[in-house]
Design a protein around this ligand. Structure first.
Ligand code: SF4
Length: 336
């Protein structure tokens, strides 16, 4: 279900814009019906009150928690079942963050990512994205939502933008706390500046070498690292939200001193931060993470050369559930 379908259903049942907003607000914030002084239903026209239980039941059925995998860092990975039996992953992050999935599978096929191995299975609807937020909010507060789970948001942009719009209005998430993560796609840079709710951007850079990037991200749009940074920087300056440049550290692939000059050349003076995240092991893939000492030495060298660099662990890495692995295992169990 898309949020636009949901709005049409509410409209057909007699809801004006403010009625629809109230219903969407309660749903997306996972608030109980009686959270105000009066039940929200008291404000609604009779026809809508009658239609509401069926609509709410459908919204409730959009997503359910299949399993919960707590990490030592306070994160929780959720395997989420969708109404047609497909599954995606959401990650509750420390400090009230949530990472959600925008596709089942992914067509980009990054060599170091489990999700990329399955190809695209199907798009996740905008209402299913918000339903992941609702599930998470039933467990703990969510103040930041990152579209960084399974899938490439640029390949499902209409749905992602609808979800962002709802979360940034009725859903009570600050616009700079909505983060769209992408490998970089011209459509993102064309459409985001036109949105009422403009999210912050995370760009998956991973290397400064165009050829290596094409090999690591085989079906990403062929934007060079220079173009990507140029367009990202323009968006960052227009919105006032710094770009997060993502760099998955792969031992012997993109953790060498030879990348340092390229990073300084690309990112010096840019409005952004470089997030280096040592690779989270993925069963069956022949990549390894560098030692923490090696990663820290890279980050220190970049700092000395004026590049704001953060070295991070990927959330919940101890649960062995890096993006796509919980789903892959569950699918294997079903197939067996
Ligand atoms: Fe897709 Fe992201 Fe995985 Fe690449 S890392 S295959 S873009 S989900």
């Amino acid at each position: 279900m898309r949020i636009s379908d949901l709005r049409s259903r509410l409209h057909a049942a007699g809801a004006g814009p403010s009625h629809a907003f109230r219903v969407l607000r309660l749903w997306s914030q996972a608030l109980p019906q009686d959270s105000g002084k009066r039940r929200v239903e008291d404000f609604l026209p009779q026809a809508l009150r009658e239609a509401l239980p069926a609509i709410e039941a459908e919204l409730d059925g959009l997503a359910r928690v299949v399993s919960i995998h707590p990490g030592e860092d306070g994160s929780e990975r959720l395997l989420v079942g969708l109404a047609d039996g497909q599954m995606v992953e959401s990650v509750l992050l420390p400090r009230d963050g949530l990472c959600i999935s925008s596709q089942v599978g992914c067509a980009v096929g990054c060599l170091f990512c489990m999700t990329g191995q399955s190809g695209l299975v199907r798009q996740v609807g905008s209402a299913e994205m918000v339903a992941q937020v609702v599930l998470a909010r039933r467990r703990r507060p969510v103040k930041k939502v990152v579209f960084m789970g399974m899938g490439e948001p640029a390949h499902n942009l209409d749905n992602v933008l609808e979800a962002i719009d709802l979360l940034g209005t009725a859903g009570n998430v600050g616009h700079k706390n909505l983060v769209l993560s992408t490998v970089g796609d011209p459509r993102v840079f064309e459409r985001l500046p036109q949105q009422k709710v403009k999210p912050a951007l995370a760009l998956s850079l991973h290397t400064t070498k165009a050829e290596l990037r094409e090999r690591l991200l085989p079906r990403a749009p062929q934007m060079t690292p220079e173009e990507l940074v140029e367009r990202g920087d323009a968006y960052a300056r227009a919105t006032g939200y710094p770009i997060q440049y993502q760099w998955t550290l792969l031992e012997g692939v993109n953790d060498g001193d030879d990348e340092l000059d390229g990073i300084v050349r690309l990112l010096a003076g840019r409005y952004g931060v470089l997030n280096m995240i040592p690779f989270n092991k993925v069963e069956g893939l022949d990549f390894h993470r560098p030692s923490w000492e090696r990663a820290a030495s890279l980050a220190r060298s970049l700092h000395r050369r004026g590049i704001l660099t953060k070295l991070r662990h990927s959330a919940g890495q101890d649960v062995d559930g890096g993006c796509g692995q919980l789903r892959a295992r569950a699918v294997q169990r079903v197939d067996a």
